[in-house]
Design a protein around this ligand. Structure first.
Ligand code: PBG
Ligand code: ZN
Length: 339
């Protein structure tokens, strides 16, 4: 055995001895040592649903995404299912005339989301995971996520209508309800309401860590859910904060959430990592509308390679610690074998 001495050390440090590039030489080698994959089973496709049978309306700020009637939704989910997308997240888009101060059409069993859930459940049985967004902003005439009292979003007054909405979705057959309103205590309120009504099997995917973000712009066009006055900074999180994300995540876990989410994804990869290290619950990343539309716009101009950028972005989310990704890119990524 040779002696460990200065010469050994010099040899170890010698330029060219250690070459990380050896494992990058061929696609097969790179695949062999790749640390991360994004699989179809991890992708959730969001859908905007109209309370009609037939409709397929393009959304100007979200190319290739549509507001669909229930029949058209069924067709889209069927073809997505063949690509391997087994999970959907549904958003209701009620007509302006159905909106009121407390968002009461949100718990109407004949609203778009309960109708869509029933149709999807009867078409797919248990072969599809059906998640529904629970929030009042698309249903209130002021566009805030909760009930206004004296011009302020009143936390505790918002809990009952949110729970009623979750119940309507559970009754229709949703697997998971996903509260996105950011009221304190809403996970506990939803859990209690579901359990009291015989829906102890219905899960809660909490938008636990949801930042007040300019990246939601295109979504608010799609869902007609922008606040008419002010913004959402009194309930959604401040983008300067990271420790607070851990606090929100721990609270929602303690209140009975079955899964947690960080939203948006790309500007918050550090937060995904932080939350991943604090919980054993499945963690979702929401690759939101503005993140989607920014890539689409640049790709349309030929400024970015859409397939390569989507692949890189989705890998980044999984690398950061996300177990599942809610993304408008899901369909194109699988159809084009981008991953
Ligand atoms: C409803 C809700 C929003 C999103 C998901 N649920 C908008 C908002 O909070 O203003 C954003 C999703 C996206 O941008 O893709 N509260
Ligand atoms: Zn909302």
């Amino acid at each position: 055995m040779s002696e460990w001495n200065a010469a050994t050390e010099a040899r170890i440090a010698a330029p060219g001895r250690i070459r990380p590039r050896r494992l990058r030489r061929s696609p097969a080698l790179r695949d062999l040592v790749a640390e991360t994959s994004v699989l179809a089973r991890q992708l959730v496709m969001p859908h905007f649903v109209l309370p009609v049978a037939k409709a397929n309306e393009p959304i100007a700020s979200m190319p290739d995404i549509f507001r669909t009637g229930v029949d058209d939704l069924l067709r889209a989910v069927e073809s997505d299912h063949k690509l391997g997308i087994k999970s959907v997240l549904l958003f209701g888009t009620p007509p302006a005339g159905a909106k009121d101060a407390t968002g009461s059409s949100a718990h109407d069993p004949d609203a778009a989301v309960p109708r869509a859930v029933r149709a999807l459940r009867s078409a797919f049985g248990q072969d599809l995971v059906i998640m529904t967004d629970v929030c009042l902003c698309a249903y209130t005439d002021h566009g805030h996520c909760g009930v206004l009292v004296g011009g302020e979003v009143d936390n505790d007054r918002s809990l009952a209508p949110l729970a009623a909405m979750a119940l309507a979705h559970a009754e229709a057959g949703a697997d998971l309800v996903a509260p996105s309103d950011m009221m304190d205590g809403r996970v506990a309120a939803l859990r209690d309401a579901l359990d009291a009504d015989g829906h102890s099997e219905t899960g809660i995917m909490s938008y636990a860590v949801k930042y007040a973000s300019a990246y939601y712009g295109p979504f608010r066009d799609a869902a007609d859910s922008a606040p008419h006055d002010g913004d959402r900074r009194s309930y959604q999180m401040d983008s300067r904060n990271s420790a607070e994300a851990g606090r929100e995540a721990m609270l929602d876990e303690a209140e009975g959430a079955d899964m947690l989410m960080v939203k948006p994804a790309l500007a918050y990869l550090d937060v995904i990592r932080r939350v991943r290290e604090m919980t054993t619950l499945p963690l979702a990343a929401y690759n939101v509308s503005g993140e989607y539309s920014a890539v689409k716009a640049a790709a349309e101009r030929g400024w970015l390679d859409e397939a390569a950028v989507v692949r890189e972005n989705l890998h980044a989310m999984v690398r950061a610690g996300a177990n599942l990704i809610i993304t408008y890119h899901a369909r194109a990524a699988l159809a084009g074998s981008w991953l």
